[in-house]
Design a protein around this ligand. Structure first.
Ligand code: SAM
Length: 270
């Protein structure tokens, strides 16, 4: 291949690179990793499709024979995910039908797509690839050209910032908080064993603590701490109860509950 064609092929690759994210999102939405992980061995496309149909009707009694379109589209998604080494694909002989069949199996990456077990990146994948969250990425050129004002790409796309939008959009509020909580679990798993700073405090306030997952982990490993999870009202309203953690609603730019120490994780001052 000459240099011109190679460069052109590379631009094509960049042009369609969003397809990888969409295939990942599709796999999470359809619970493909959960379906394959729940079996003891690799399974065929037909088996995956049947499970998807059964799951989508939410009843094992519904007939689960996939039609041609389902098989065609699922085949394309699986091809993309296998290319990214998220699943394996291997031909084997099916003795029941005396045919050679392609079987899909798990890899070390596929467990991060699981919906039914933790740790998982599934909530973050659903959040980052949601149309609301994708829209601001279309405004790069606008914010660069914009000579007046300092609107962010998010504000250009939605007319307000993410926290304001989440306060009036329950779906965004849930996917954002779930995404943050899943990220928090992983980060706290690294912070807690590495930083021995929590023993000396009697109370701790997590400012912008989301639904309180980080603080719950800290209090679990340091039960003497009185935890205060502080966030905006629409966030604390959906926070689950947790032993040793009190949820307090408010605006950090007005006041913050007092405690022996303040914990702030992730850049929130944009
Ligand atoms: C990027 S998230 C981080 C959540 C959590 N700390 C974590 O690391 O997973 C930022 C959090 O700050 C909260 N927040 C934003 N503005 C706030 C404000 N003015 N007062 C209190 N909380 C705020 C948001 O609701 C959100 O839960």
């Amino acid at each position: 291949m000459d240099a011109l064609s190679r460069d052109q092929a590379e631009i094509f690759e960049h042009m369609f690179s969003f397809v990888d994210s969409m295939a990942l999102k599709c796999a999470v939405e359809l619970r493909i990793a959960d379906i394959i992980h729940s079996q003891d061995c690799p399974i065929s496309l037909t088996q995956i499709a049947s499970k998807i149909i059964t799951n989508s009707h939410n009843s094992p009694m519904i007939s689960s024979s996939p039609d041609n379109n389902t098989m065609l589209y699922l085949n394309r998604i699986m091809t993309s995910l296998v290319r990214k080494k998220i699943f394996t694909a291997q031909y084997d002989h099916d003795q029941n039908n005396n045919q050679t069949v392609l079987y899909y199996g798990v890899t070390s990456k596929s467990r991060w797509l699981l919906r039914d077990s933790k740790p998982s990146l599934a909530p973050l994948i659903l959040m980052e690839n949601h149309p609301i969250q994708m829209a601001p990425w279309h405004y790069f050129s606008h914010i660069i050209k914009d000579q007046e004002g300092s609107a962010t790409a998010y504000e250009k796309a939605h007319g307000c910032g993410i926290f304001e939008l989440a306060s009036v959009n329950g779906e965004l509020n849930k996917i954002f908080n779930d995404g943050m909580a899943c990220l928090g679990e992983m980060v706290m798993g690294a912070i807690l064993p590495a930083y021995d700073v929590f023993g000396c405090m009697g109370s701790l306030v997590d400012v912008g603590g989301g639904i309180g997952g980080d603080l719950a982990e800290i209090v679990k490993s340091h039960p003497h701490i009185k935890g205060i999870n502080f966030d905006l009202p629409h966030v604390t309203a959906t926070a689950p109860e947790s032993n040793g953690v009190t949820h307090v609603a408010g605006n950090m730019f007005e006041s913050v509950p007092s405690a022996d120490a303040i914990f702030i994780k992730v850049r929130i001052l944009l």
